[in-house]
Write a protein that binds this ligand. Structure first.
Ligand code: GDP
Length: 198
């Protein structure tokens, strides 16, 4: 089954209390500008399902898309946007943490990290929040096309090494991804489909 292609927009919410009732969800998170919207658009074969280059920071939306198997893909607000006041940033990190830790039907997390700036402090914080659930995380090293093939492989291996301490407590996998080149699409699909099969 093609899980992501033809995903349909379902709803947008601005508060955790308004989250819809769903059977199963997979969430996409990442630092602002990591390439999350592009990745969602590429995976779902839409050009504007998730907005690319929004003005981040003020209203933070959580977008829900329905997948082919009736589960939902949840596009969480990007974190770490520098221009946003500290208080708002902290507020959102807390809300995201709340969702990641307590959303019972969340079966796995896809984290987007720019291949040139992986595993920043807030990324690690998100991993820590999610570790408590015991659910799997799959990391996309995005914008892989910005590096040579050689450097992509080096970066993948460095990140895998850095993730070693995490893999002792949590199922964490990582792959190369490029929305521009549509690189790594089948791999994401296989990993996420595996979560549903578990
Ligand atoms: P978001 O804030 O995480 O949703 O990031 P966006 O998807 O809006 O992407 C941020 C910037 O990175 C935009 O200028 C995109 O065009 C660019 N970008 C995203 N994905 C890729 C990619 O695979 N390759 C390249 N070269 N640029 C990308």
């Amino acid at each position: 089954m093609n899980l992501f292609q033809n995903a349909k927009f379902y709803t947008t919410v601005n508060h955790l209390k308004d989250l819809p009732a769903t059977r199963a969800e997979i969430a996409f998170v990442g630092r602002s500008n990591a390439g999350k919207s592009s990745a969602i658009n590429t995976l779902t074969n839409h050009t504007r399902l998730a907005y690319v280059s929004k003005t981040p920071g003020r209203t933070q939306h959580i977008n829900f898309f329905e997948l082919a198997n009736g589960a939902f893909m949840v596009d969480l607000p990007g974190y770490g946007y520098a221009q946003v006041p500290e208080a708002i940033r902290t507020h959102w990190v807390r809300l995201l943490g709340d969702y990641l830790q307590h959303r019972a039907q969340l079966i796995g997390l896809v984290m987007i990290m720019d291949i040139r700036h992986p595993l920043k402090a807030l990324d690690v914080q998100m991993l820590d929040f999610f570790a408590l659930t015991g659910r799997p995380v799959h990391i996309l090293l995005s914008k892989a096309d910005k590096l040579s093939k050689n450097d992509q492989i080096k970066s993948l291996s460095t990140v895998k090494q850095a993730l070693k301490p995490f893999t002792e407590r949590q199922q964490v996998s990582v792959q190369l991804f490029s929305s521009l080149k549509k690189q790594g699409m089948a791999e994401v699909e296989t990993v996420v489909a595996g979560w549903f099969a578990d």
